[in-house]
Structure formats: structure tokens, C-alpha cells
Design a protein. Structure first.
Length: 209
């Protein structure tokens, strides 16, 4: 019997994950059955269960990718030297994230992909397995962005006596908030976030004191 190549195995796994992601984005994690996934991907139960033991396994895999995608988008944006200002940085993060999620072959638009990420976040409230995945990714994200905030301080552009941890959490929360608003309303583009942050950064603190 001919040996199945690793490329074929990877492509089949990708096919299953992409189909499941479309189902989950459309009907939610708990509104989707394994039969729905089988129908979406056009494969037999045996073919799918070769890669995933069930729906929980699919959810965990998609959650891992979604969380990893957010982390990678942050890390790539932070690798530019000198680091860009927060408005450019956060804009670059969300552009990278949605470019990968929307154009990756899943057939999801920006709002649907944002909704999938929000579902992953909410699912961590009930799943210890997903919570552990999210916590690990979040800890790595905070560590890498703490280095970035340190560079801001070295360059003298961040002078306020605020702990780096609070600055990092605010940067992450800004991107998370954008994802949530996109999922809920679907009428935002990265330029909205960039322009809004630039407006806040341009405030004259002396006049508002």
C-alpha cells in the first residue's frame, strides 16, 4: 500500500479544521455537532476521527490556533526596530491577525473570524484545558511586550511613572476590545483603531489637567 505523505496528512487535517471553524463561526461551538462538521468537510467519520477524537478536540485545536495567532501577531509587530508608536503597533497587530484568519482558506469574513476568537475566549471560562492554553499564550505575550515597553522607556518616549505591567495589559486590552467590537458590530477597520489611538496620544495633558 502506498505510503501517505506528511503533506497529505497535514492538508487533510487543515481541511477538517477549516471546515469545523466555519461551522463554529456560523452556529457556535455548542450549536455544532460532529455530523455538521462531517457534512461541511465532505469526509467520513473514520477520516475525521483519525485526526480528532471528537468536538472537544476540534475546539481545543482551533482555540490553540486562534490564541497562537493573536500572540504571533503581537510578536511580529513588536520585532520592528525602533518600535513603532502604539497606534501603528496595535494597527499592525490587528491587520496581521485578520489577514491570516480571513485569507487563510477558511472562507470567513473579518466579523466571523473575530466572533470565532471571542467564542474561544468565552469557552475558556468552562474548560480547564482551554484556559491553560490561553494562560500560557497570554503569559508569553505579556513577557514579549514587557520588553517592548522597556524599549519605549530606553528611548525616552514613555516617561510616566506607571508600571510596565499596566502598560502592557492596556495594549493587549486595546487589541482585545477591537476584536470584540468587530465581532459584535462588524463595522470597524484597523484604521479606526489607529486613528483613535493617535487622537488620544495627541492630547495636551497640560490643558486637561
Amino acid at each position: 500500500m502506498a505510503r501517505v505523505s506528511q503533506e497529505h496528512l497535514d492538508a487533510r487535517r487543515r481541511q477538517i479544521l477549516d471546515g469545523a471553524a466555519r461551522c463554529f463561526a456560523r452556529d457556535g461551538f455548542h450549536g455544532t455537532s460532529m455530523q455538521d462538521v462531517l457534512k461541511e468537510v465532505g469526509l467520513s467519520a473514520g477520516a475525521v476521527y483519525r485526526y480528532f477524537s471528537g468536538k472537544e478536540d476540534l475546539i481545543a485545536a482551533i482555540a490553540g490556533e486562534a490564541v497562537g495567532g493573536v500572540r504571533q501577531a503581537f510578536e511580529r509587530a513588536a520585532q520592528v526596530s525602533p518600535p513603532p508608536t502604539p497606534d501603528v503597533l496595535i494597527g499592525r497587530v490587528v491587520r496581521t491577525l485578520f489577514a491570516e484568519g480571513v485569507d487563510g482558506g477558511r472562507g470567513l469574513d473579518r466579523r466571523a473570524y473575530a466572533g470565532l476568537i471571542v467564542q474561544v475566549w468565552s469557552e475558556t471560562l468552562r474548560s480547564e484545558r482551554l484556559a491553560a492554553t490561553l494562560t500560557e499564550a497570554y503569559d508569553g505575550l505579556r513577557a514579549s511586550w514587557s520588553e517592548l515597553v522597556g524599549l519605549y522607556r530606553e528611548q525616552g518616549v514613555l516617561t510616566a511613572d506607571v508600571p510596565d505591567e499596566q502598560v502592557v495589559r492596556t495594549l493587549i486590552a486595546t487589541a482585545q476590545g477591537f476584536i470584540v467590537q468587530t465581532a459584535m458590530f462588524g463595522d470597524l477597520g484597523p484604521e479606526t483603531l489607529e486613528d483613535g489611538l493617535w487622537g488620544l496620544m495627541s492630547m495636551d495633558v497640560q490643558k486637561t489637567s
